[in-house]
Design a protein around this ligand. Structure first.
Ligand SMILES: CC(C)(COP(=O)(O)OP(=O)(O)OC[C@H]1O[C@@H](n2cnc3c(N)ncnc32)[C@H](O)[C@@H]1OP(=O)(O)O)[C@@H](O)C(=O)NCCC(=O)NCCS
Length: 167
């Protein structure tokens, strides 16, 4: 069974991960644990329950904010005039041999679920992502991510009114 776990260097083999994108490999190999400890970003890995050392994919999340003017006009409705709190999907990657089998989509679903869960503790209006390149932006657009006003590679997904629980 596939599970998403918080990155733990004692269990997960970071060095063995290769998604074909050097900057995303390097982040997991060298920085993710350090950033996690420092509260800069959390990293979550996708593994097979019975072989947790092999990282099949990962994502990193951090708190961020987005200026109201970056949102499409229709998405500004009823928002206050100050920056909007968002979660930044700082990185998302799937191991080379596993790409194209739906794991990227599963990881993205897990990110959205986690962000909706966070909303019981902290305002998180949308999920923000900086796509590495146009191919990656195409992947995110499939799932409803919209371009920000300033940059076609910076996209956001409004999280709607779900997941807030009853006040
Ligand atoms: C981009 C990435 C995360 C997608 O993960 P994946 O497991 O290969 O994707 P999935 O199998 O879940 O694909 C889901 C859908 O997106 C499509 N898709 C996958 N990669 C895509 C891409 N680069 N561009 C456009 N569409 C893509 C698939 O065709 C699939 O659609 P389908 O169900 O109609 O066939 C993965 O390929 C990867 O890690 N690439 C290298 C690193 C990278 O570029 N990361 C993005 C950083 S911003």
């Amino acid at each position: 069974m596939l599970v998403v776990q918080r990155l733990d260097g004692r269990i997960h083999n970071r060095e063995g991960f290769d998604c074909g994108e050097p900057s995303l490999n390097r982040y997991l190999h060298e920085l993710a644990t350090q950033h996690h400890r420092a509260g800069v970003a959390t990293t979550h890995v996708l593994v097979e329950n019975e072989m947790p050392s092999t990282i099949l994919g990962y994502y990193s999340l951090a708190a961020a904010q987005l200026s109201l003017s970056e949102l499409a006009q229709a998405d500004r409705h009823r928002l206050p005039r100050h920056p909007v709190p968002v979660a930044r999907l700082a990185r998302l990657a799937v191991a080379l041999g596993e790409q194209g089998h739906g794991l990227g989509e599963s990881l993205l679903q897990d990110v959205v679920k986690r962000c909706l869960g966070l909303r019981t503790e902290l305002g998180v209006h949308a999920l923000l992502v900086d796509a590495l390149h146009d191919r990656a932006a195409t992947f995110y657009r499939r799932y409803g991510f919209r371009e920000t006003a300033a940059d076609a590679l910076t996209l956001y997904l409004p999280l709607g009114n779900a997941g807030q629980g009853k006040p």
